[in-house]
Design a protein around this ligand. Sequence first.
Ligand code: UD1
Length: 319
Amino acid sequence: MSTEPFVVVTGGAGFIGSHTVDRLMERGARVAVVDNFSTGKRSNLARWAGHANLQILGVDIADGLFAGLADLETRWGPVERIIHLAAQTSVIHSIENPLFDVRNNYTGTVQVLEYARRKKVKKIVFASSAAVYGDVSEFPVEEDFECVPLSPYGIDKLGSEHWLRYHSKVHGLDSAPLRFFNVYGPRQDPHSPYSGVISIFSDRAHAGKELLIFGDGEQTRDFVFVGDVSRAIVAACFAEGGDGSAANIGTGTETSVNQLAALINELCGGRSTISHAATREGEILKSVADVTRAMQRFGFAAQVELVDGLRETVESLRA
Ligand code: UD1
């Protein structure tokens, strides 16, 4: 049997997931994508079509990984590592429909962990979020700050982190929850009401349409490129150990929405007008990650400058 690591990526056909699969495939891993295709797309994985090291399973994590992976286990042997990214990804949607969030983002994680425990998987990496912190008053944001989430999304991500920690302490499963800050890049959907600001602005500036800034635009975020995020995920996945405590994944640099709109408009030829509307309800005024721990734990530091990441994002819209 092959000795290449067998890695399961839940949500592997999605935005962050498909970039993660790209990196794993480039490393020569054998990858099983588990995705229910509610938002993921087969086209995100098109470059690997027919490759013997990639299996795409149209399976929902809530219906159980056991049956879904059974055939593959007989061919590839036991799963070595899991990267758990499958999720309902919208904070706003979680507020409108909390039970849906619990089913996908909380119960779903417990189900994945149950598979990991029973199958003696070595390690799990989990997509957590800066949303676990709530409204913070000190910056940069450190992992040990008190977490008081302001949404079901944040609560379910934090609760999932506790489940990982429990599995590490009690069942010996290595685990690494990663708290993503504002992730952007190619393949992010710009057309949902829950879309991130960079995908919305890039899509609109590309078409010469107006960019609408909520509030005065001086609010800041830590925008991290998806190519960096996927590199962090893979580094955490193959690092030794993991006690279930979280690490921030950001750049350590903050950018205002005004700066962002101006940059994106310029990259698209400056054809859009930039205007302002009322401040969004529950707006967080400042967000920036302390990134020390990710470097200490698995040698990760973001490398892609915002302007370069934005250029790549905008160019992907031309494709
Ligand atoms: C994310 C969530 C948001 C939640 C918040 C709480 C998503 C897409 N957003 O928001 O629902 O309340 O975390 O932690 O899940 N902006 C504009 N114009 C636009 C879109 C956004 O000015 O068309 C601004 C926003 O007001 C914000 C910034 O851009 O200041 C970033 O917005 P977004 O990408 O939605 O991320 P978060 O604010 O971090």
